[in-house]
Structure formats: C-alpha cells, structure tokens
Design a protein around this ligand. Structure first.
Ligand SMILES: Cc1ncc(COP(=O)(O)O)c(C=O)c1O
Length: 383
C-alpha cells in the first residue's frame, strides 16, 4: 500500500522534485557556509540564497528583498517579531485561535515583563469580529497579532480589516501566515501588514528548517534583534548591524534548506496560486460531502463559503479518541492525518473539543488527489 499523506498543514509532502535536486547539489557539490567566503562554491551559495530572498520578496510583493528575513520555521519568525517589538508596559491584542507559537511568547513576556495581552474570542462562525479587536484597544496597545487562517478549521480571518484598525490606532499588525503562505495570494505592500511570519516548509513547499519574516519599511527601527552574533558583515563592530536582513540573521544560514526553498519558490512561480487553492478547496468539499451524512462524524467549519476557508478540515468520529483514530488510519490504512490539539488550545476550546482531546485534521496539498480522499472515506466507512 502506498502512503496517503493528508497532513500538509503540519509540513507539506511531497516537495517538488527540484527541491530535492537543489538540496543534493548543495550537499554533494558545494557544502560551504553562506556569506563567509570568497571561493567559487561560496559565491554560488550566496547567489542562490540571494535569489531565494528575491523570489520570496516577489511572492509576497515586498518593497525589496532585504525586507524578507530568513528564519528557521514559522515559530522562529513569530518569536523574532514578538520579542523584537514588545517592551515592558506594552499591551497586545491577539485572537484566542492563535497557535502556541504566538500564545507562548506572549505568556512568557507577561511573566518576564508584565506585558498584557487581550485574547479576542471568535464569533460562532469561527471568525474574529474586527469591531471586537477595536473595542479591545488601549492607549498602550503596541501590537495586534492575528493568524491568517486557523490551523484547526481552515477558517480565514479578516486580516485587512484588523490591519486597518491597527494602522488607525498606531499599533503594529503581525500576521501569522503559516496556513496561507503558498495557498492564498498575499500582497504585503498593498495590505495593512507590518510583519508577516510564515514557515518555508508548509504551503511554500520548501524543506523543514526554513521560515520567513517580512518587515514593512521603517518598522525595523521598532523591532530589536532577537538574537545577536556573526553576520559576516561589519565584524569589527561589537554591535549587531542595523541593516537588513543582517539585523535579524545571526549565525550560519540553513544553506541546504534555502537551496530547497529557492527551488520550491521557483516551482510555485510557475503555478497559479488561485488554481492550487481551488484544487485544495475542491478536495475539502468532496471530503465534506462524502462524510457529512455519516451519523458518527461531526464536522467543523463545514458551512462556510469557499472564500473563507483554506484546505484544512477538522472532524471527530463518535466513540473514538482522535489520537486513537489517527493511529488506526496510519497502521491499518497507511493514511497519515493529524489528531489532537494542533498546538492551538483556544481554537479547540471554542469548538468544544478541548476536553475530549481535539479533532482529526485533514489538510491538502497541490499533489493530493481525489483518490487519496476516497481512500480516507473508505477507511472511515468501516467505523
Ligand atoms: C497557525 C500556525 N502558526 C504557527 C505555526 C508554527 O509553524 P512552524 O511549525 O513552522 O514552527 C503553525 C504550525 O503548524 C501554524 O499552523
């Protein structure tokens, strides 16, 4: 039996073949650090990494490539942004749907520096109401953090409306695009987004160990460096360079990962993101239609229009612990899904699934097929 992979929201698989070829080339033929040498191999590594940055800037329509900072995953990008911009006394607004990669830095900063956070609950349709964000503003609100789409339900959040509220209030808008980068078109230059964090290894189809943080022009003056160290530039100075991207990129790059990400972004450039999204939504709807009549299955976010969701779907099967069901699907059917709380306890609290161990989550990618979904549905029919 071949593997049926339905956990692209965790990390995408398979990657485009060019990703593997590019990483092999790095490992077998180059194998040197980036930005640190004058050899021909080092210069090829530098050029490829610069091209990766350029592709990332083009993908998100950033003002320039130096505004795209490389990190090691989505969590790292969020930490660079959150720790960098908050100071003692600041207030933050976020939604209760956020991933722990937002909630935990905020709770750490509350314990360390007394930074206060207001978590806004979603409405019964799973969407955060912008007016509630506005009502939560305080004179000391420095940051509004909102995930672009929930990693539990796939519901898309009104980031533009919330960003406009942030702008009016003089607060920074941080968008966690972990579940939308590569799935939905994102135009940072024409949206009220100050900071955009995403992994390179999910919808952007790069390897694990890659992530991106976009910083709007000028915002770097308000975002301190999260970690300091060697940048291969201004080495005689004991202070972290101010210029981008060096300010936020200390230590050796994940050069093989960035070779892979560069190839992934090249592959994405040849695709129509809207078509990839439509493909994932078609599969989501096919799965929903196929299992919604089953009395033992309870689906979440099943009645939202396509514009308000990405290719992520959660459900529970009566009488089965989600982890137990995921283990059966894997062991007996070679179907890989994700079960549990998905590092987003607040999302499960609002669905009412926190106490019972969360949900089973299915998430699609560009190469997921109708046959994959049929296989899952055949397996579920046996319960
Ligand atoms: C909404 C959301 N934010 C942040 C993250 C963290 O991304 P990473 O796993 O790359 O650290 C995830 C990962 O699942 C996510 O779904």
């Amino acid at each position: 039996m071949t593997r049926c992979y339905l956990d692209n929201a965790a990390t995408s698989w398979p990657k485009p073949e060019g990703v593997l070829t590019a990483m092999d080339r790095y490992h077998f033929e180059l194998g040197v650090a980036a930005g640190r040498g004058a050899t021909r191999a080092a210069s090829e590594v530098d050029t490829t990494i610069a091209r990766c940055r350029q592709r990332a800037a083009q993908h998100f329509n950033a003002e320039s490539s130096d505004r795209m900072v490389f990190t090691f995953n989505g969590t790292d990008s969020l930490n660079v942004a959150i720790h960098g911009c908050l100071r003692p006394g600041d207030h933050v607004i976020a939604s209760s749907l956020e991933h722990n990669s937002v909630l935990r830095p905020l709770s750490e900063l509350r314990r360390r520096f007394g930074i206060e956070t207001t978590l806004v609950e979603p409405e019964s349709n799973g969407r955060v109401e912008p007016a509630k964000i506005r009502d939560s503003l305080r004179p000391k609100t420095k940051l509004i953090a909102l995930l672009h789409a929930s990693n539990v339900t796939g519901i898309v959040q009104p980031i533009d409306d919330v960003g406009a509220i942030a702008r009016d209030a003089g607060a920074f808008m941080l968008v966690d695009a972990a579940q939308t980068a590569g799935h939905l078109p994102i135009d940072v230059r024409n949206s009220p987004i100050d900071l955009l964090a995403c992994p390179g290894h999910k919808g952007l189809l790069g390897p694990l160990g890659t992530g991106l943080l976009y910083l709007r022009s000028g915002i770097e003056q308000h975002v301190a460096s999260f970690r300091q160290g060697g940048t291969g530039s201004l080495s005689e100075d004991d202070r972290q360079p101010d210029r981008l991207p060096d300010k936020y990129e200390s230590g050796n790059h994940n050069a093989p990962g960035l070779f892979g990400l560069e190839a992934a972004m090249e592959w994405l450039e040849q695709q129509d993101i809207a078509e990839l999204h439509a493909h994932e939504l078609k599969l989501r709807r096919y799965l929903m239609d196929g299992i919604s009549s089953s009395k033992s299955v309870r689906l979440f976010a099943a009645d939202l229009p396509d514009e308000l969701v990405v290719g992520v779907l959660s459900f529970v099967v009566d009488g089965f612990d989600p982890q137990e069901m995921a283990a059966i699907l894997d062991q007996d059917f070679q179907i890989q899904v994700r079960a549990g709380l998905h590092c987003a306890p607040g999302a499960h609290r609002s669905l009412g699934t926190l106490e019972a161990g969360g949900t089973i989550r299915i998430s699609f990618g560009p190469t997921t097929t109708v046959e994959d979904v049929d296989r899952l549905m055949d397996a579920l029919r046996q319960f």
